[in-house]
Design a binder for this molecule. Structure first.
Ligand code: NI
Length: 256
């Protein structure tokens, strides 16, 4: 049993064979998938997928790249979308200074506004944070976002930061990057935090694990992530699958 806590199956990379691939996934070890929105359109797409497929759930939110969409109308739209029965989180939201640091104020405002929305809706958050560790932690602390719970997705910071996030109340999302030979910090983070605080994610179509690095990713490749976590922690793969599955149900408040 595997839970993919972060996927983007509405991405155009799946346009040619989406139905076929999802059918194949439905007959694999993958039992649940959360499709994550990154703007207003993909949030709607995520809700649509959750209504179409039994084992799909949705998250609605605006990624820092599209922070300008977080107007009061944008928030109202997210609020409407969140009425979907299978919407389990607000995300992905956060800060990304890798591509754009000039609009950091806009990104911060959009992040905080969506944390507020998550509080109003009593939903956990999916945090995207790249090259913005200090500002992200500051906002999570100052808004008490740890009480909402959720995940620091595609975790890319130090083991110290992983432990601090866990202490605040967050899970750590681990995906394909952990299998890369040069992903030293992420491997160390996996070793440092308890298995009870790890959830699996693909972020597909991005970030395929070795030996598929650079190719289109899908939930079917999560077995390589499971293998690497098991190796790093010196435990068996079944334990990794079962515990991370439970963690994800807990995190998203989904009944088994
Ligand atoms: Ni993503």
């Amino acid at each position: 049993m595997i839970f993919d806590t972060h996927a983007h199956y509405d991405d155009e990379a799946f346009n040619e064979d989406r139905e076929k691939l999802i059918d194949e996934i439905s007959r694999s070890e993958i039992r649940k998938i959360v499709n994550v929105g990154a703007n207003l359109v993909t949030s709607q797409n995520s809700v649509d997928l959750s209504e179409k497929y039994d084992f799909f759930y949705a998250a609605v939110g605006v990624h820092p790249d599209d922070a300008a969409e977080v107007t009061e109308e944008g928030i109202e739209r997210l609020r409407e979308l969140a009425k979907g029965k299978k919407v389990v989180a607000v995300g992905e939201i956060g800060l990304d200074y890798y591509w754009n640091k000039d609009n950091s104020d806009l990104q911060k405002t959009a992040f905080k506004r969506q944390i507020e929305l998550a509080k109003e809706l009593s939903l956990p958050i999916i945090v995207h944070s790249r090259d913005a560790a200090a500002d992200t932690m500051e906002i999570l602390h100052e808004t008490d976002a740890g009480n909402l719970g959720g995940v620091i997705h595609c975790f890319s910071y130090s083991p110290e930061m992983a432990l601090e996030s866990v202490k605040m109340g967050f899970y750590i999302g681990i995906g394909g990057v952990v299998t890369f030979k040069n992903a030293k910090k992420i491997k160390e983070s996996v070793e440092a935090i308890p298995l009870e605080k790890i959830v699996l994610e693909t972020d597909c179509p991005y970030l395929a694990p070795d030996p598929f690095r650079g190719k289109r990713n899908s939930s079917l490749y999560l077995e390589y992530v499971v293998k690497e976590i098991a190796r790093l922690k010196g435990i068996d793969e079944n334990t990794v699958m079962e515990q991370t599955f439970k963690n994800a149900l807990n995190m998203y408040n989904i009944e088994a």
